[in-house]
Design a protein around this ligand. Structure first.
Ligand SMILES: C[S@@+](CC[C@H](N)C(=O)[O-])C[C@H]1O[C@@H](n2cnc3c(N)ncnc32)[C@H](O)[C@@H]1O
Length: 273
């Protein structure tokens, strides 16, 4: 009897997988991985193959979403499907799991450390105060959806923080600056005061690596700052508790003068006059 196990690899390199994930992956007959939803910037498929003691076959989006390769392999043997972060967080792999389940194949999910929660921890923001996560795509000719702007607006209206995940296309990783410029372009079109150069934002890079970094400030200041290497995420805070403000000062370089305005004003990330 075969089995399909989704293994979360965590955030940065081959050491971020859980001990259970490592042991299960080593016991699989076949290992597949995908790096189109996210990447481990501190390692390579070759290194992963060494650690797991078997070849890791990296699949394209088409192979995962359009084909039967993974499901067919899991009919007869134990197959591991390796995914950066948590395998089910901000991915569509539940569809693959359902396909396997419908084919009568046993499935399991071994969770991994996810950027969706690690970002809150790095910044000192409270995870239960985040609203809907938004995703910012690389704009293309005639394609610049405004759903990220709309999602941000809804979260701000509910005083909630917003996590913005940034697009990956092959070896192109959207930077937080590109993400902010995307939202500023939509602001220029819609003029609803949702995301302006005066908005308070946070940017975080290389979560989970020894060189992880995080910054908080007004958008116009962040856009002038040289950011560290990707992967990046962007956070737009909603209403901030005073302890969250203190964390942004302590851990993300939020200027004290701006912090004082936030505490006095109840912490809106709308433009502060
Ligand atoms: C589509 S989401 C997938 C999230 C992944 N499944 C997880 O649980 O972390 C990928 C996006 O998350 C963010 N991200 C993932 N890992 C990151 C890291 N180590 N540091 C910063 N951002 C990261 C980036 O914006 C990246 O484009």
């Amino acid at each position: 009897m075969g089995e399909l196990i989704f293994v979360g690899l965590g955030l940065h390199d081959e050491k971020d997988v859980t001990v259970k994930g490592l042991e299960e992956a080593r016991s699989c007959a076949t290992l597949f991985a995908e790096f189109f939803t996210s990447r481990l910037m501190g390692t390579t498929p070759e290194r992963l193959s060494e650690v797991y003691g078997r070849d890791v076959q990296v699949l394209t989006r088409e192979e995962v979403e359009g084909g039967d390769l993974v499901v067919d392999a899991a009919r007869e043997k134990k197959v591991g499907f390796l995914v950066a972060g948590d395998p089910m967080a901000a991915t569509t792999h539940v569809e693959l799991r359902l396909r396997a389940h419908r084919a009568g194949i046993k499935t399991r999910v071994l969770p991994g450390v996810s950027s969706l929660t690690a970002v809150a921890g790095a910044l000192g923001l409270q995870v239960y105060k985040f609203g809907r996560t938004i995703s910012i795509p690389f704009p293309e000719k005639g394609y610049r959806p405004w759903s990220p702007y709309q999602g941000l607006q809804q979260n701000l209206d509910a005083n909630l923080h917003t996590l913005a995940l940034l697009d990956i296309k092959g070896d192109r990783y959207m930077t937080a600056s590109e993400g902010m410029e995307y939202l500023l372009r939509l602001e220029a079109d819609r003029s609803e005061g949702v995301f302006t150069p005066e908005t308070l934002a946070c940017v975080v890079g290389r979560l989970g690596s020894p060189k992880a970094w995080q910054l908080a400030g007004r958008v116009r200041e962040l856009l002038r700052t040289r950011l560290g290497p990707p992967l990046h995420v962007l956070v737009v805070p909603g209403e901030l508790h005073f302890m969250e403000v203190e964390c942004l000062v302590a851990f993300a370089g939020l200027p004290q003068a701006l912090a004082r305005t936030l505490i006095r004003g109840g912490g809106p990330s709308r433009p502060i006059e």
